[in-house]
Design a protein around this ligand. Structure first.
Ligand code: NAD
Length: 483
């Protein structure tokens, strides 16, 4: 089946007509042009999607298929997505401004990679294990799928972050209702088309785009067993409160304000490609970026100069241009929010060494220049709050203890990096930083290892075997016999 003209929402393996006439405006980030409008889900549509996911979980047999059988279907989805890789990259970049060089190596590649990784992992990790009982006998410990998952995702990496959830939950035998952000809906149509072309049974994956109200409705829906959320800390808190009341399992992947700690022996000029990926990737709209750059006081001026020259050297332009390194922000609201933070940074005493405004030659679109702030204190607003734009704050430190204290003096704890010529020294520093993940001379997510935050950056982990366990619940069957 090929689905090209979305007539509504992808539910139960087909397009379901919308229950209302509500529409979402789709705007191109690089030009500000209104492209089209698409249906926006209302409560009745969410009810239909949850009912389909519920039926698929309770009655279709999917949850009790063997891991091998599920792996085969999951592989078919990976292939169907790969066949549509170009469309995925294009639709993401048009909507959220992600440079096409990134979307064509992440958004259109990561989903299939994760699908295969988790399909294989579930086959290798049997869902049942026999343990000798503490006082004799045997206990059969089963890892059972948790049920119907509501996956709520942001716009910054819409497909990658969807598959941080969908790949392990499928492998575990769960079903899902995905709620994409209203800012990035078109890529979810490409996904729907791929699902329809795959061997994933009807109702296992359902998609209802809409805003926060419909997201909140989905979170509290009685037909849902678990929430997997990626987004802002503010929304995560609201969702966590509801899940606490309902005693509903929840994974929260939230915001960050990570530190990039430049040690006094770092050779930053030779690491700028990695430094870019760790601090400015996707126009600064990546949750784990180390946007607080901590530099030793005796090399502070030199570090600021290196970063200033580097920011000036970046190619800013239309997201669809393969040469673009920094594209526009995703929305006009996001652009305004970043400009407000820049004004606040100046008001607090920060010094802009480059950037700060709209780049020359970009009359339309949601652009902000790559911006470097020097003379920032860790108490300044731009050092405390997540800006989510191409803005770095360079903060001086006197010695290593102070660097680590400043890195840890944050409400967040998501990513981070250490830059040094001595890897062992980098590891020693990394061990002392309070965060969910941190890189030495890079920040490069490893799909085999857990990713997630501490403090206000979240609860739970995605990726790696931990990411599969997040969609399983254990059951113990006690036996008096030895098996
Ligand atoms: P957001 O919180 O505004 O929205 C995220 C998603 O949640 C959207 O689909 C939105 O419609 C929905 N939503 C919002 N409020 C809700 C509520 N009360 N109940 C249910 N659903 C709700 O975030 P955003 O602006 O789309 O994304 C940017 C944020 O996401 C940043 O803070 C960024 O750091 C964070 N993020 C975190 C990670 C991570 O893995 N930790 C990854 C990417 C982005």
């Amino acid at each position: 089946m090929t689905l090209t003209e979305p007539a509504g929402f992808f539910i139960d393996g087909a397009w379901a007509a919308p229950s209302t006439s509500q529409r979402i405006d789709i705007i191109e980030a690089s030009t500000g042009r209104a492209l089209t409008t698409v249906p926006q889900a209302a409560e009745a549509d969410v009810d239909t999607a949850v009912a389909a996911a519920r039926r698929a979980f309770d009655n279709s047999g999917w949850s009790s298929w063997t891991p091998e059988a599920r792996a085969k279907a999951i592989y078919s989805l990976a292939e169907a997505l790969e066949a549509r890789a170009a469309a995925t990259a294009q639709t993401v970049s048009i909507q959220n401004g992600m440079p096409i060089s990134i979307s064509s190596t992440s958004e259109s590649v990561v989903p299939a990679t994760l699908l295969r990784y988790y399909a294989d992992l579930a086959v290798r990790h049997p869902a049942e294990e026999h343990r000798p009982g503490f006082a004799g006998g045997t206990t059969i410990v089963r890892r059972e799928p948790i049920g119907v998952v509501a996956a709520i995702v942001p716009w910054n990496f819409p497909q990658t972050l969807t598959f941080f959830k969908v790949a392990p939950l499928l492998a575990a035998g769960c079903t899902v209702v995905i709620k994409p952000s209203p800012e990035t809906v078109l890529d979810s149509y490409v996904l729907a088309e791929a699902i329809a072309a795959s061997d994933i049974p009807a109702g296992v994956i359902n998609i209802v785009p809409g805003g926060r109200e419909i997201g909140a409705y989905l979170v509290a829906h009685p037909g849902v067993d678990k929430i997997a959320f990626t987004g802002s800390t503010a929304a995560g808190r609201a969702i966590g409160e509801v899940c606490g009341r309902l005693i509903r399992p929840v994974t929260l992947e939230l915001g960050g304000k990570s530190a990039s700690i430049v040690l006094d022996d770092a050779d930053l000029p030779s690491l700028l490609e990695q430094f870019f990926a760790a601090t400015l990737m996707n126009n600064g709209q990546t949750c784990y970026l180390g946007t607080r750059v901590l530099a030793p006081r005796h090399r502070y001026a030199e570090t600021v100069d290196i970063l200033t020259d580097f920011a000036r050297s970046l190619t800013v332009g239309n997201a669809l241009d393969p040469a673009t390194q920094i594209g526009p922000l995703a929305t006009a609201t996001q652009q305004q929010k970043v400009q407000n933070y820049i004004s606040r940074g100046v008001a607090d005493g920060g010094r802009i060494t480059t950037g700060g405004g709209r780049p020359a030659g970009t009359d339309t679109g949601w652009f902000v220049e790559p911006t470097i702030f020097a003379d920032v204190d860790n108490s300044h607003t731009i050092a405390r709050e997540e800006i989510f734009g191409p803005v770095l704050a360079v903060i001086p430190y006197a010695d290593l203890d102070e660097a680590i204290a400043v890195a840890n003096d944050s409400d967040f704890g998501l990513g981070g990096s250490v830059w040094t010529s001595d890897e062992q020294r980098g590891i020693d520093v990394a061990r002392r930083v309070q965060t969910g993940s941190i890189g030495v001379n890079n920040f490069s997510l490893d799909f085999c290892s857990p990713f997630g935050g501490i403090k206000a950056s979240g609860l739970g982990r995605e990726l790696g075997p931990e990411g599969l366990a997040a969609y399983q619940q254990s059951k113990s069957i006690f036996l008096t016999t030895t098996r």
